[in-house]
Design a protein around this ligand. Structure first.
Ligand SMILES: [Zn+2]
Ligand SMILES: [Zn+2]
Length: 525
């Protein structure tokens, strides 16, 4: 038994073991080996044994880089939880990609919604290990359809049906920006947004097993600007298919790629739980650029996907090996702040539960003197400006989202590899940590840069690789005035606050949705 175990470990973790045989590294008895096999923690335990510790989900490894202090604390209305931070495949330390955004008024924490960005394999497990409630998921955004970003979607949708909070019991029922009553009293509504192919993916995965999750589902496809971005994709596919690969027939690969392109239209019928979604179309980049001489607009496109009482979500294309997007989340105006000096001087109060009511604009009786009333207008200060959070998918060039990301407070950017593998990052259309730092600097980031999508190569226990990535990101950022950290699974951070106002929409025009005649507003942020 132990021999089987050890040979598996040796094959899987030869690199982590420095090329030496696993047999030299582990002296496990047969009994231990059996237990480990049964627990299916074989690789986690072996990896941990090799480097001196076992990773525990939810506990940041010692080698993790510190989270900037301004990002720590309780829910402040816009919170990010990293459910998966690894690239390509799960590793003992990192699950594949998923980022959960909790959004809502800080004063009404329980009714905050969950918006998921990417759903890699086992995202459901990560949600169960986190402080988040799956039943709060209202929207899911996929950056692209590579498996490490979407293979958990079908399972999660089934899980959501089982864990949903009935809408008529939800504090937010009916106020989510849909038509009145749309979410109330019926099965929960989940909106999923992603590139063309999303409907094919979901309808195939759920349809072949006759799965019918207990929810209402809308699948919205975002069509990249053609031909500008799509052309890149096809050219890359063609080049990729020309690479010698003696395991596969080159001709078969090319035929396969050409058959897939240029359309990912889904001919499968809608699922029983499905309602009609929308197709969001970008205009061509040439059209956008010719419409305005304003340098702030030039080259900027951001399509508005969502505008509800909690916030807005914009999408812009990135350059990667398949159609891929970045998302910009702008929260709605926050509640006013309490002027604590005025409260103390006028009412001799410091902190009290009534402060929440005052923030909501309600007059309240003085807690120590019921004959006195406290008027909100006497103790409130203007609210801080809305915060902007940017979450990018895989990318080797994020120029098209740059204007929309301008002066965001938190940027989540992939940093798959370090400088020593920059050539490889380029060939597989990913970013290095240095590129992520440079983009954050160009975007005039004001808060913090979170590096994610980290290759398992950098998961060493002594933290040397993490420090290397961090140093390279800092060099890329030059003198940028923001913090940088490497995200860890199940890490939870608050988007730092600001009083700066986001730029108002500078240009608006409409384009037609494919499914309906309704106009889709296109805003440049
Ligand atoms: Zn990826
Ligand atoms: Zn990818």
């Amino acid at each position: 038994m132990s021999h089987v175990l050890l040979s598996v470990c040796g094959r899987r973790h030869r690199r982590a073991l420095g090329g030496r045989s696993a047999l030299l590294q582990f002296r496990l008895g047969a009994r231990t080996a059996q237990v480990l096999c049964k627990q299916t923690h074989v690789h986690e335990r072996c990896f941990g044994s090799n480097i001196g510790a076992t990773y525990h989900p939810g506990v940041a490894p010692e080698s993790s880089t510190p989270v900037p202090s301004e990002l720590m604390g309780n829910f402040q209305g816009l919170e990010v939880t990293f459910l998966g931070t690894g690239a390509a495949a799960p590793s003992p330390r990192r699950n594949v990609l998923s980022v959960a955004v909790r959004i809502g008024l800080a004063e009404q924490r329980k009714s905050a919604a969950l918006w998921l960005f990417d759903v890699g394999e086992a995202t459901q497990h990560q949600l169960m290990r986190s402080h988040l409630h799956m039943g709060r998921i209202e929207r899911i955004f996929l950056t692209h359809l590579h498996g490490d970003h979407c293979f958990g979607l079908a399972g999660l949708l089934c899980g959501l049906g089982a864990n949903s909070i009935p809408d008529d019991q939800s504090e937010t029922a009916g106020d989510s920006g849909d038509a009145p009553g749309d979410r109330r009293g019926r099965l929960p509504l989940v909106d999923v947004y992603g590139p063309p192919g999303l409907r094919l993916l979901v309808r195939s995965a759920l349809g072949v097993g006759r799965a019918h999750p207990r929810l209402r589902l809308r699948l919205h496809e975002i069509v990249p600007p053609a031909p500008d971005v799509l052309r890149d994709w096809y050219e890359w596919s063609r080049q990729f298919m020309n690479v010698e690969d003696n395991r596969l027939s080159r001709a078969a690969l090319r035929t396969w790629a050409e058959t897939l392109a240029p359309t990912m239209d889904c001919s499968l019928p809608m699922l029983p739980c499905e309602q009609a979604g929308t197709d969001f179309h970008f205009p061509s980049l040439a059209d956008v650029q010719s419409m305005s001489e304003d340098p702030r607009i030039h080259g900027s496109i951001a399509l508005k996907l969502v505008d509800d009482e909690r916030g807005s979500v914009y999408v812009a294309p990135l350059r990667h090996s398949v159609p891929c997007f970045g998302y910009v989340i702008v929260e709605k105006q926050r509640l006013p702040r309490i002027d604590l000096v005025a409260l103390r001087q006028k009412y001799q109060l410091e902190t009290h539960p009534i402060l929440k009511e005052l923030k909501l604009g309600r007059s309240v009786p003085h807690p120590h003197d019921a004959s006195k009333w406290i008027e909100p207008s006497e103790v409130l200060q203007p609210a801080a400006g809305p915060r902007k959070l940017v979450i990018l998918g895989d990318t080797y060039d994020s120029t098209l989202i740059l204007p929309a990301a301008h002066q965001c407070q938190l940027l989540v950017h992939e940093a798959t590899l370090g400088d020593e593998l920059a050539h490889r990052a380029r060939s597989v259309q990913h970013s290095t940590a240095r590129m992520a730092g440079a983009f954050a600097k160009r975007a005039n980031l004001t808060g913090a840069l979170a590096l994610t999508h980290i290759s398992a190569r950098y998961d060493d226990q002594d933290g040397r690789s993490s420090r290397q990535l961090l140093a390279e990101a800092r060099q890329g950022a030059k003198d940028g005035q923001f913090s940088i950290f490497i995200a860890e699974d199940l890490q939870r951070v608050q988007v730092p606050g600001t009083t700066a106002q986001c730029d108002p929409a500078l240009m608006r025009y409409s384009t037609r949705s494919a499914d309906s005649d309704s106009a889709v507003m296109l805003d440049a942020l």
